[in-house]
Design a protein around this ligand. Structure first.
Ligand code: UDP
Ligand code: UDP
Length: 467
C-alpha cells in the first residue's frame, strides 16, 4: 500500500441495472481499500429495487464515500422500450448536469481536487466533453469481458460491411460468428447500434479502460488490445478483476430461505439456475426449464423472474408463473427450491452444496462463477452473452454451451434437452477440475503480487502522485 501522504480523489459514475452498478460498487470498495477518496455519483431514480437496496447497503458500509445525486431528465424514447435502455438514454441526456454538480462538491471535499473520473462504458460521448472541460484524467469501466471490448472497439470498422459473411474477423483477436453478434446490433436503425457507433471511436480519447477480468484467462486478448492491434492508439487497458463480491456491503443481513435450504443439501449436489437481473423468460419457456430440472434428477435452486424489473414483480405469485401442474411436480419430487425474489448470488455460488450454475452468461455472473469455481451450463440470451459463453467454453474451459438453443425466444427449448444438458454438466468431472483451476488463477490475480492487484496499485499510485 502507498506510503504517499497524498490522497487520490476518484469520482465514479455507474449506469443502469445491477450488471453495471454491482461492478462499480465493487470497484469503489477496492479503491477505498487502496486509500482513495471516493465520490459516487448516483443517477436517480434507479430502475429497480435491487439497485436502490444495494446502494443503501453500500453507503451504510462505506459512510466515508461521498454521494452526489444526479437527478435525471426523462428519456427521449417511447415508454414501451426496455426500461434499462430508457435509463441509459436518460443518464446520457442528463450528463450536461455533471459539470455544475462536480464543481459544487460539498465542503469536506473542497480541499481535494479530483484525480480521476471513472464512468460507465455506455456514457462515453456525453461524458467526454465534461471530463475534458474539468481537465481530469478519465477512464471507462467496461463491464464485460476483454473479448467483448475487442468486439466493441472494432465494431465501427466491421459495421462498414453488411455482415453477410460468416461473421467478423477481429485483428489480434479471433472472429465473432454472425450468430454470436449481439442481435440488437444487426438492426441498422436500432438505438443500441447507434450508441456503439457513436461511442466506440472515442475510446482512443480516454486515459484508460478498466476491465473486470484477469490476465490468466484473457492474456492474449489483453495483449492485442494494448499493442494497438485491434484499434490503433488504444489507451492502456487495465485488467483489474475479478472484482470480488464485497463482504462489507453484499449479503448483509439474514441468511435467506435459499441458503438455509442449501445448508441441508450434500456437497456439489445442486444446480443453481439464475438468468441475471433483467431477463424474464416467457411462461412456456419457464415451464420447459422446470420440466428439464425435474427430468435431470438433480437437486436444484431456481430463481424465477416473472418481470424484467423487480418493482412490478408482486403481481404474479410463483404458482402463477410455474403453472399448478409443474408446481405440484416440483413439490412432489422434493428435490428443488424455486424462488421468485432477489437472492444473494455471491453466497449461493460460494456454498459447498452448489455443483453447477445454469446461467445466461452475464459477465458478472461468469466472473463470480470463476471466482467461486463453479462450472457453468451457459444459455446466452441476449447482448454480449454469446461472446461471454465462448469465453467460458474456450478460455476458461469451465463450462458447456448448447449453441443450437439460440437467443431468447428464438425457439422453445424443450425440457428434455435442458434435462440432458444439466446431466452432462453435473456429471462432468473434468469441468470441476477446470473450474477449480480458474478459481485458483482468479484468487492469484487479486492476491498480493497478483497481476490485477499490481495494476490497481500502479494506477492509484499514479493518481496520488499527480495530486
Ligand atoms: N444477482 C443476484 N441475485 C439475483 C440475480 C442477480 O445477486 O437474484 C446478481 C449477480 O450476482 C450479478 C448481477 O446480479 O452480480 C447480474 O449481473 P450479470 O452481469 O450476471 O447479468 P445482468 O443482470 O446484467 O444480465
Ligand atoms: N473475498 C471477499 N469477498 C468474498 C469472497 C472473498 O472479499 O465474498 C476475499 C477475502 O478477502 C478473502 C479472499 O477473497 O481473503 C479469498 O476468498 P475466500 O472465499 O477463499 O475466503 P476465505 O474462505 O479464505 O476467508
Amino acid at each position: 500500500m502507498s506510503s504517499s501522504s497524498c490522497v487520490a480523489h476518484v469520482a465514479l459514475l455507474p449506469s443502469a441495472g445491477m450488471g453495471h452498478l454491482t461492478p462499480f460498487l465493487r470497484l469503489a470498495a477496492m479503491l477505498c481499500h487502496h486509500h482513495c477518496h471516493v465520490t459516487l455519483i448516483t443517477p436517480k431514480p434507479t430502475v429497480s429495487n435491487a439497485e436502490s437496496n444495494l446502494l443503501s447497503k453500500f453507503f451504510s458500509a462505506f459512510p466515508q464515500v461521498n454521494q452526489l445525486n444526479l437527478h435525471l431528465l426523462p428519456s427521449s424514447h417511447t415508454a414501451n422500450a426496455d426500461p434499462f435502455f430508457l435509463q441509459f438514454d436518460a443518464i446520457r441526456r442528463s450528463c450536461h448536469l455533471l459539470h455544475p454538480l462536480l464543481s459544487s462538491l460539498s465542503p469536506p471535499l473542497r480541499h481535494l481536487s479530483m484525480s480521476s473520473f471513472v464512468y460507465d462504458m455506455t456514457l462515453i460521448s456525453p461524458v467526454l466533453p465534461v471530463a475534458t472541460a474539468i481537465g481530469v484524467p478519465h477512464y471507462i469501466l467496461f463491464t464485460s469481458s476483454a473479448s467483448m471490448f475487442c468486439f466493441y472497439s472494432y465494431f465501427p470498422k466491421a459495421a462498414e460491411s453488411t455482415f453477410d459473411g460468416d461473421g467478423i474477423d477481429i485483428p489480434g483477436f479471433s472472429s465473432v460468428s454472425k450468430s454470436s453478434l449481439p442481435p440488437q446490433l444487426l438492426d441498422r436503425d436500432g438505438i443500441y447500434r447507434k450508441l456503439f457507433l457513436e461511442d466506440s471511436p472515442k475510446v482512443t480519447k480516454l486515459h484508460g479502460v478498466f476491465l473486470n477480468t484477469f490476465e490468466e484467462v484473457e492474456s492474449k486478448t489483453l495483449k492485442a488490445l494494448n499493442a494497438g492491434e485491434v484499434v490503433k492508439d488504444m489507451p492502456p487497458v487495465h485488467a483489474l478483476g475479478p472484482f470480488v463480491p464485497c463482504y462489507e456491503f453484499e449479503g448483509l443481513g439474514e441468511r435467506g430461505e435459499s441458503l438455509k435450504w442449501l445448508d441441508k443439501q450434500p456437497n456439489g449436489s445442486v444446480i443453481y439456475v439464475c438468468f441475471g437481473s433483467r431477463i424474464a423468460l416467457k411462461s412456456n419457456q419457464i415451464r420447459e426449464i422446470g420440466d428439464g430440472l425435474v427430468r435431470s434428477g438433480f437437486r436444484f435452486l431456481w430463481v424465477v423472474k416473472g418481470n424484467k424489473v423487480d418493482k412490478e414483480d408482486e403481481e404474479k405469485g410463483l404458482e402463477g408463473v410455474l403453472g399448478i401442474e409443474l408446481a405440484e411436480r416440483i413439490t412432489k419430487d422434493n428435490k428443488g427450491l424455486v424462488v421468485k425474489e432477489w437472492v444473494d448470488q455471491r453466497q449461493i455460488l460460494d456454498h459447498s452444496a452448489v455443483g453447477g450454475f445454469f446461467s445466461h452468461c452475464g459477465w458478472n455472473s461468469v466472473i463470480e462463477a470463476a471466482f467461486y469455481g463453479v462450472p457453468i451450463l451457459g444459455w446466452p440470451l441476449l447482448g454480449d452473452q454469446k461472446i461471454n459463453a465462448e469465453f467460458v467454453v474456450s478460455n476458461g474451459g469451465f463450462g458447456i454451451w448448447k449453441k443450437d438453443w439460440g437467443w431468447e425466444g428464438e425457439r422453445l427449448v424443450r425440457g428434455e434437452e435442458i434435462g440432458d444438458a444439466i446431466k452432462e454438466l453435473m456429471r462432468n468431472e473434468s469441468l470441476i477440475t477446470k473450474a477449480e483451476e480458474v478459481k485458483m488463477a482468479a484468487r492469484k490475480a487479486i492476491g498480493v503480487g497478483g497481476g490485477s492487484e499490481i495494476n490497481l496499485q500502479k494506477i492509484t499510485e499514479q493518481w496520488k502522485k499527480s495530486q
